[in-house]
Design a protein around this ligand. Structure first.
Ligand code: GAP
Length: 437
């Protein structure tokens, strides 16, 4: 993880937020390559769920919502973690995760194990960020930063249904920011206080929910495998009855084996009609669905698939990172799938003379009209290849002496380091075919 975090900063994937002021706890900024990688992941999710299916519609609901939404959803009353403080060192821990925590006193131990430790009784701590709407900072104007995107979908269920003329079963998908005042965030972008979710809520007829739940489990696991994640590092975790969220009839997490252990990257939940019935009750508005074929009215059950975009990005980075010894030197490679690699191709003139930079520049302009590309003429060619390996660029295109005489280039493959000769005027099409763009 240390190597990954340092590479992420050095190469412009992820920076600490407000770093010049010493940073802000567990809030991160995405640099040029990070924003490209995360966007590629989100686009792929959108393509699989919205663009590629005719039974799911997209939505982009606001972050700020009516405060009653969070009363109805159960977040005001119950979205809390038990917290303990240490009166001696002033550190704060999650009471239910004390065994995994480390006391800041030296030598590092589990909180409570030092003679000096003085822990409070656990208290419930609500994870929602509060702010005020309008000029008055008073109770009546409290609004929350949403802790999940899902509620924006539930309260828009009938709007989307009527506007799209979908029929049940159908889904609504959205990607957006969520905020949680986590007590113990950490592990880089794994658990942060501001993050992005990719959530899809699938509305089904009660009775067909178990079948749809299984279908969505299969679809979502296949999506992660398709992203290029190592299948042996993915597994299911079924929530035991005592572990289930208040809204869930059944829940499975997709877990990945990170350097810090197996952890959840996505949750699939059968939320029954809990959310719609709560919003119906609290708003006083009917949220039922009318099924023409059977003349029945009912509240649909909801199957939810909920993944964190930042967390999937960390998973992709952790899975892609590898070190190899080549000619006695360590080569660091980010083995991203070409479709999600932030840069698809680098154009490199072998030397800065003999007309090579001119041809390289021209090719670079052609290539980047089709795929994200990078131009680099600084330093020895071997070092330039290594720089691209480290950010996961699948192909390096070198303009050399033969380009001048034979109008062909060398294309070097990141993973095998094998080199092909390709005609200069075929390079863009060659890349397009491989990236699928
Ligand atoms: N709507 C259901 C829901 O929000 P969740 O299990 O609390 O369920 C779903 O969150 C996903 O959101 C998680 O699997 C994770 O990928 C991501 N996530 C949750 N909290 C996060 C945090 N503090 N930082 C980064 N990602 C988070």
């Amino acid at each position: 993880m240390d190597k990954l975090v340092s590479l992420a900063k050095r190469r412009g994937f992820v920076f600490q937020s407000s770093e010049v002021y010493g940073g802000l706890g567990s809030v991160w900024d995405y640099g040029p390559l990070g924003v490209a990688l995360k966007r590629n992941i989100k686009n792929r999710w959108w393509q699989a769920l919205v663009q590629g299916r005719d039974d799911i519609e997209g939505l982009d609901a606001a972050i700020l919502m009516h405060p009653k939404v969070w009363e109805a959803s159960g977040h005001v009353g119950g979205f809390s973690d038990p917290m303990v403080d240490c009166r001696a060192c002033k550190a704060r821990f999650r009471a239910d995760k004390l065994g995994d925590a480390r006391c800041p006193q030296k030598p590092s131990k589990v909180p409570g194990e030092h003679a000096a430790c003085d822990l409070t009784e656990p208290r419930q701590f609500n994870l929602m960020f509060k702010t005020f709407m309008g000029p008055m900072e008073e109770t009546a104007s409290v609004v929350y930063l949403r802790p999940e995107t899902a509620q924006g979908i539930y309260v828009n269920f009938l709007n989307v249904l009527n506007a799209s003329r979908q029929r049940i079963p159908f889904g609504i998908a959205q990607i957006g920011k969520a905020f949680r005042n986590e007590i113990t965030p950490g592990n880089f972008i794994f658990r942060t206080r501001e993050f992005e979710q990719m959530e899809m809520q699938f509305f089904v007829k009660p009775g067909s929910d178990d079948e749809w739940f299984e279908r969505w489990r299969d679809i979502r696991m296949a999506w992660h495998v398709d992203l290029g994640l190592t299948p042996a590092k993915l597994r299911w975790h079924q929530h035991a009855p005592g572990e289930l969220a208040h809204y869930a009839k059944a829940a499975y997490d997709i877990e990945y084996e990170f350097p810090f252990g197996w952890q959840e990257i996505e949750g699939i939940h059968n939320r029954t009609d809990f959310d719609l019935s709560r919003h119906q009750e609290h708003s006083g508005k009917k949220l039922e669905y009318f099924e023409q074929a059977t003349n029945e009215r009912f509240l649909p059950f909801i199957i939810e698939t909920s993944a964190g975009a930042d967390r999937v990005m960390l998973t992709v980075m952790a899975d892609a990172y590898r070190e190899e010894i080549v000619d006695g030197e360590t080569r660091v490679v980010m083995g991203f799938q070409p479709a999600i690699a932030p840069i698809k191709a680098a154009v490199l003139p072998l030397v800065k003379k003999d007309g090579m930079p001119e041809i390289a520049r021209e090719l670079f302009h052609d290539v980047r009209r089709r795929v994200p590309a990078f131009y680099d003429d600084a330093g020895a060619i071997g070092r330039r290849y290594r720089r691209q390996d480290e950010v996961g660029t699948p192909w390096c295109i070198t303009i050399d002496g033969d380009t001048i005489t034979q109008r062909s280039v060398t294309i070097r493959h990141r993973d095998s380091m094998a080199q092909d000769r390709v005609a200069l005027d075929q390079v863009t099409a060659w890349l397009g075919e491989r990236v699928g763009e």
